[in-house]
Design a protein around this ligand. Structure first.
Ligand code: G4P
Length: 523
């Protein structure tokens, strides 16, 4: 219980280029995981190529398709930073990682505010009731006004922003921050390339006013106003996702990074009892159980291994125990359990709630599965995410049809891609559906290299999907601009445009057309 209480398990979410990679790197710097001096650029290149080398595609582009977990200590806590894929390679993995997190940090670019991808990720947080902190980044560069950004949060996300720090100096003239709880002012200094921690000087109001004649008074007035308006951190509404503690900073220059890390320690809830499928909760001190939130195949070319990423939910994991996979009821050895730090895998001997394990070649674990010892566990199903990209797949060489079928089925089971079928294509030409187009590249690459079945993808005209049922399916299939496909036992109605879909809904309100999580963001 003591170890669980020290854990802070969270993910960083952002639109590409808002600064997630930079911030992650600075967390490691402050967490001592990069040594005292992080050659900023070097660390960044390292990280970009770090995650894995399982796919040449990934190396060529210098991006990371896979998610890993970074574990480091800060103050008296152990941080598990679940790294969501960091670039335009947006996929269902990004969403699923949030299923394993206790909180998220939403990084915004001060000049851009809330961007489309931020919205989608935010919606997943809301759906799962994951509390989130907001870090307004790049305050060292000209951007929007601080109050304007708070308004944007409130209006776009319908969430109450409660500043933890307030900036002194407009965006582009960043001097320091006021701690809203104590009133203390911290002035920052830049270091060369932001490669070492930013030196901080604490000042009282009179000294601050002298030091920053141009900016102090305005910052002080705004800070007081926000307090009078009751915009102070409320642990309860934060935990339910109704309010978000806001930090201002610059990941590049390290300004405000320490305040944010302190916020993670003080605000992010440690692991707690977990909701189970049967409606009960499993206490932290129950026997070991964990949630599989990601399965990754082929990370190591030479071994073709398959790693299941498991978040420890209850109990203590001891390497070597025989665990049971809930879905198949198969026993498997945990001799090869690993913890991950970027590319480096180290053997995990013990892990506590909140920690993440990589189980190598352990049964055929799938995303959403529970693994346990002694006391059976089963988790509520993960939400289904709305695919937005649809391509029809055909095997290039019909002689490889068997391999193609096997590969497609496996990719679907892993959750790498959604596989939809209709009468037109049948098994020979299923439609692959994805949240992000990068998933197609991963799928075609794997079908060719892992299963020996090169495929050809053709575009379809569909852009949006809703869940439906057998009864509505028949009626929808008779309409134009709609096509109903089956994914295992469920039905998806695919539409060519959002407008057309809205029209169908308006004309036939009795049809079942359920929205899935993160459909087109909130806008
Ligand atoms: P991402 O992972 O969210 O996609 O963003 P990333 O950290 O890669 O940052 C995107 C760009 O924004 C990078 O510039 C990075 O240096 C810059 N950046 C991040 N945080 C800050 C900040 O606090 N202030 C300023 N001014 N810039 C910031 P780049 O030119 O694309 O890359 P690089 O040449 O610097 O590596």
């Amino acid at each position: 219980m003591v170890e669980a209480k020290r854990r802070r398990t969270f993910a960083i979410i952002s639109h590409p280029d808002a600064g997630k990679t930079t911030l992650t790197e600075k967390f490691l710097l402050y967490g001592g995981a990069l040594g005292a001096e992080a050659g900023s650029v070097k660390a960044r290149e390292g990280r970009r190529s770090a995650t894995s080398d399982w796919m040449e595609m990934e190396q060529q582009r210098g991006i990371s398709i896979t998610s890993t977990v970074l574990q480091f200590e800060y103050r008296d806590c152990v941080f598990n930073l679940l790294d969501t894929p960091g670039h335009r390679d947006f996929s269902e993995d990004t969403y699923r990682v949030l299923a394993a997190a206790d909180a998220a940090i939403m990084v915004l670019d001060a000049a851009k505010g809330i961007e489309p991808q931020t919205l989608k990720l935010f919606e997943v947080c809301r759906e799962r009731e994951i509390p989130f902190l907001t870090f307004i980044n790049k305050w060292d560069r000209p951007g929007k006004g601080a109050l304007e950004l708070l308004d944007e949060l409130e209006e776009t996300l319908i969430v109450e922003p409660t500043p933890v720090t307030w900036p002194v100096g407009i965006a582009g003239e960043f001097k320091g921050v006021i701690d809203q709880a104590t009133g203390e002012y911290t002035a920052f200094e830049r270091t060369s390339h932001g490669s070492t921690m930013a030196p901080e000087t604490k000042m009282d109001a009179a000294t601050a006013a002298q030091a920053e004649p141009e900016y102090w008074q305005t910052a002080q007035d705004e800070s007081e106003l926000l307090k009078e308006l009751g915009r102070t951190v409320e642990p309860e509404t934060f935990r339910s996702g109704a309010s978000t503690p806001v930090f201002f900073g610059s990941a590049l220059t390290n300004f405000g990074v320490r305040h944010l890390l302190d916020g993670v320690v003080d605000l992010v809830p440690p692991p707690g009892p977990a909701d189970m499928r049967d409606g009960t909760t499993r206490p932290l001190d129950a026997p070991f159980c964990g949630l599989v939130f990601k399965v990754q195949a082929g990370m190591d070319k030479a071994h073709r291994d398959r790693i299941a990423f498991v978040r420890v939910v209850s109990g203590v994991f001891e390497r070597g125990v025989t665990a049971i996979a809930e879905r198949t009821q198969k026993q498997f050895s945990t001799k090869y359990a690993q913890t991950m730090f970027g590319q480096d895998r180290t053997t995990a001997d013990t892990a506590f709630p909140g920690d993440v394990l990589g189980l190598v070649n352990a049964g055929d674990l799938r995303v959403g599965d529970a693994v346990y010892v002694d006391k059976p566990a089963s988790f509520p199903p993960l939400p289904e995410f709305a695919p937005e990209h649809f391509r029809r797949a055909r095997v290039k060489d019909t002689g490889k049809f068997k391999q193609f079928r096997k590969g497609v089925q496996q990719l679907d089971e892993e959750g790498a891609i959604q596989v939809l079928r209709d009468d037109v294509g049948g098994d020979a030409a299923p439609v692959l559906a994805a949240v992000g187009p990068m998933q197609f590249e991963v799928a075609t690459h794997r079908l060719e290299n892992e299963f020996g079945a090169p495929v050809e993808l053709t575009n379809t005209s569909f852009t949006i999907a809703r869940k439906t049922d057998a009864e509505s399916a028949e009626r929808l299939n008779a309409m134009q601009g709609v096509s109903v496909m089956q994914r295992n036992e469920s039905y998806l109605a695919l539409f060519e445009s959002k407008f057309w879909m809205e029209r169908v809904i308006a004309d036939h309100p009795d049809l079942t057309l359920e929205r899935m999580v993160a459909e087109g963001g909130l806008g």
